[in-house]
Design a protein around this ligand. Structure first.
Ligand SMILES: *Cc1c(COP(=O)(O)O)cnc(C)c1O
Length: 731
């Protein structure tokens, strides 16, 4: 049957809608949308790093229009666009019911980094990933929410490893027209301009909007032609430069961020500072109030009623501190318009406001100027209360006003494509199985709204039911994911070696064993995370890897901070072992850890290893991405795992305490790690029935899915923030 061709006007509209869709990161957690863009240009999708905007630029307008004349392709385009519109227009959201006042006066969430997608590398690690996941869940929940951050045009560094196995950093320019960003315009259609005083200059800045489903994230950009060069470079790199640069960036983020929101007519009901970086926003709120006639004391008190603060750093040295001289320099113009004495301003960032030598601490400022504050896990809450006790001299330590909300992850965003499809099919099988509608709300929603079902504990409770999903299916899924990751890694390592030239040749297609117990470790190479800990038992580990009956293997990835030579030596050592020791072939290091590599690894590995020095892992989130893929955690009881582990849903290294002495701690933890691995993990994984299925291992996977997956999500986390902090009545 032939069909009537689309008219020019119909095509124009479809093409315009697709472009609009490409500039909303909603597609990054919608599988059909991703499949659609991938089909347009499969190689482009891969080479352009899964970026819908870039794919649409790569495919000519002509090709797209011709393609849309195919009825099946057109139907799919329309289906995706319909789902997208339904998502944007949905009126029955959690936020509308539970926090309607935030729709008028939203939460303004300030964060120095946002990890939203691999094509927009403006995040250095977990802090940014958390902010990105927070925004995605705020969107899913229909919460009144705007994000504020900086547009780093060179982003965070890209990592390559040189022939000495040493990390080298390079920076790629991010072209706004090529990534899911839109310029923020004023009423006349010109880029909106704001300014902020930094040292002795008035810095002009513009902003970009990232559409994250229903919510905007605004990225401030100082790269304005009218600014002097060194100020244009303020927003070149994530945490680029020295402490002065850091202070300048934070002035732009905090003070500039408030000004941008005012210009956009956004009147937040609460300012959420994600880490101390954003705390200068409080100065601007104080300034505004004093300009309107309030006294300093009144302005401080009122500002405090508008702010919430989340701390992430359990180490003293990790908090931003600026010397009085630096503050004086960085704020020299701003302070002229600041209606209170500079000494009063400096006092806000000091534990002892009277001490003129005490550096200005952003965390102190944030704590003094917020109505509520929290750490990011139960243990981290306690550590933070102890750390900041001096700020509250009359309060017993357990009453120090820092609570906790444990972090989570945006489940759909982290799920690998085949896993989304797997669970979605399960859901619709169930829905078509004639179950009565009332049994669980999600059974009726196997269509477009399955996204909310997947966060629901009821869905994951099904994992105890072998009729819902059988051991055989789960094991087949595990094999598929392990195989996909191994092939991804083989390809990556081949490319890595080609760059280093001949002489560094390994037989890549035979690297790694798809039947082996595969242990993954990927995170920032901060030294407290102790990446090489397992190799303290080197000879024993070699034996385990070479065991023909029960082989294990290791995959590592991670970036060290550009100035952290010790972290870089960790990387060097691991890569050296992977090439030149008996572990060659059983251990690999994948370059340039980012969210794409993370997604491959948390899905493909059987075990997710985490061995930080307790209690320095405030929460940790990478292990939370593992559960929905059937990957089990093997971790120190620090951060979230201390709360998540129940004895049956993964593996713990050591107990719920740690020695004070660091060397002793390393020794004990390494011994415990080896013990858990050999006494629990390996035997369970290789305990197979006659069909080769590890029933008890799968039992653990099921139990992990029930007990961990729906709990450690940003869906749960953002609801908690809303109830506990965003809606808390000031005063
Ligand atoms: C999840 C994630 C992190 C955070 O992982 P931790 O376990 O908290 O260290 C860091 N970087 C990337 C790219 C991630 O995806």
């Amino acid at each position: 049957m032939t069909r009537k061709p689309l008219s020019g006007a119909e095509l124009n509209e479809l093409v315009a809608d697709l472009h609009k869709l490409s500039r909303n990161l909603w597609w990054s957690w919608d599988q059909e949308a991703q499949d659609f863009f991938q089909e347009l240009s499969p190689r482009g999708w891969q080479n352009l790093y899964h970026n819908a905007v870039a794919v649409l630029r790569e495919v000519s307008e002509n090709e797209l229009r011709v393609h849309l004349q195919e009825s099946d392709f057109e139907r799919r385009a329309r289906a995706v666009l319909r789902d997208f519109q339904a998502y944007l227009n949905c009126q029955k959201t959690w936020g509308r019911v539970n926090a309607p006042q935030l729709l008028q006066n939203p939460v303004a969430y300030f964060s120095a980094e946002f990890g939203l997608h691999e094509s927009l590398p403006i995040s250095a690690g977990g802090l940014g990933i958390l902010a990105g996941d927070h925004a995605k869940s705020a969107s899913d929940l229909g919460l009144g929410f705007v994000g504020v951050s900086l547009f780093y045009r060179e982003g965070y560094f890209q990592q390559t490893i040189d022939s000495n196995n040493w990390q080298t950093e390079f920076y790629d320019l991010v072209h706004p027209e090529n990534v899911p960003l839109e310029p923020v315009l004023d009423a006349s259609g010109q880029p909106l301009e704001c300014s902020v005083e930094v040292d002795m200059n008035r810095v002009l800045f513009r902003a970009w909007r990232v559409n994250v489903g229903r919510v905007p994230v605004y990225l401030l950009d100082a790269n304005h032609p009218a600014n002097p060069e060194h100020l244009r470079d303020m927003t070149a790199r994530v945490y680029g430069g020295d402490n002065t640069m850091r202070a300048m960036q934070e002035i732009l983020l905090g003070i500039g961020g408030v000004r941008l929101l005012r210009k956009l007519g956004v009147q937040p009901s609460v300012f959420h500072m994600n880490e101390g970086h954003a705390a200068f926003l409080t100065l601007e709120l104080i300034r505004e109030k004093m300009a309107a006639g309030k006294s300093f004391a009144e302005a401080v008190a009122q500002t405090k009623m508008e702010c919430h603060f989340t701390t992430h750093t359990p180490v003293e040295a990790g908090h931003d501190r600026f010397s009085p001289d630096l503050m004086n320099y960085a704020l020299q113009l701003y302070r002229q318009a600041f209606p209170a004495p500079f000494a009063d301003l400096l006092g806000l960032g000091r534990v002892n406001p009277e001490d003129p030598r005490e550096p200005f601490c952003m965390t102190v400022l944030a704590l003094k100027l917020s109505r509520t504050a929290n750490g990011v896990s139960d243990l981290h809450g306690a550590v933070s209360r102890r750390m900041w006790k001096p700020l509250f001299p009359d309060t017993p330590v357990e009453k120090v006003p820092i609570g906790h909300i444990t972090n989570g992850v945006h489940l759909l965003g982290w799920m690998k494509g085949p896993v989304r499809k797997f669970w979605r099919e399960k859901l619709s099988e169930e829905a078509n199985g004639g179950m009565p509608d009332e049994t669980a709300f999600w059974r009726t929603q196997a269509g477009a709204d399955w996204a909310s079902a997947i966060n629901h504990a009821d869905f994951w409770k099904n994992m105890t039911d072998p009729d819902f999903v059988s051991d055989e299916e789960l094991w087949a899924l595990r094999y598929k994911l392990r195989r996909e990751m191994i092939e991804f890694i083989r390809r990556r390592l081949l490319l890595q070696s080609q760059r280093l030239g001949p002489g560094d040749f390994i037989r890549y297609d035979h690297l790694l064993n798809p039947d082996a117990l595969t242990i993954g470790f990927a995170r920032r190479f901060a030294t407290y995370k102790r990446a090489p800990l397992i190799f303290q038992q080197f000879d024993n580990i070699v034996k385990l890897c070479k065991d023909r009956e029960r082989p294990i293997q290791f995959i590592f990835a991670g970036k060290a901070h550009p100035r952290d030579d010790e972290g870089k030596r960790f990387i060097q050592r691991i890569i050296h072992l992977s090439k030149h020791s008996e572990l060659a072939g059983h251990l690999v290091f994948v370059e340039n850890y980012d969210v794409h590599v993370a997604r491959q690894m948390v899905s493909g590995c059987d075990v997710w290893l985490n061995n930080p020095r307790r209690p320095l892992e405030a929460s940790g989130t990478s292990g939370m991405k593992a559960g929905c893929h059937g990957c089990l955690n093997l971790s120190i009881r620090d951060g979230w795992w201390r709360e998540g582990y129940d004895g049956e849903n993964g593996f713990a290294i050591g107990g719920d305490s740690h020695p004070d002495n660091v060397a002793e701690q390393d020794r004990v933890d390494s011994a415990n790690l080896y013990q858990t691995l050999t006494e629990q993990v390996i035997p369970l994984f290789f305990d197979r029935d006659t069909n080769g299925i590890p029933r008890k291992w799968i039992q653990r996977i099921r139990h992990a899915m029930v007990t961990l997956v729906p709990k450690f999500t940003t869906d749960r986390m953002v609801k908690e923030y809303t109830r506990k902090y965003y809606l808390a009545k000031p005063g």
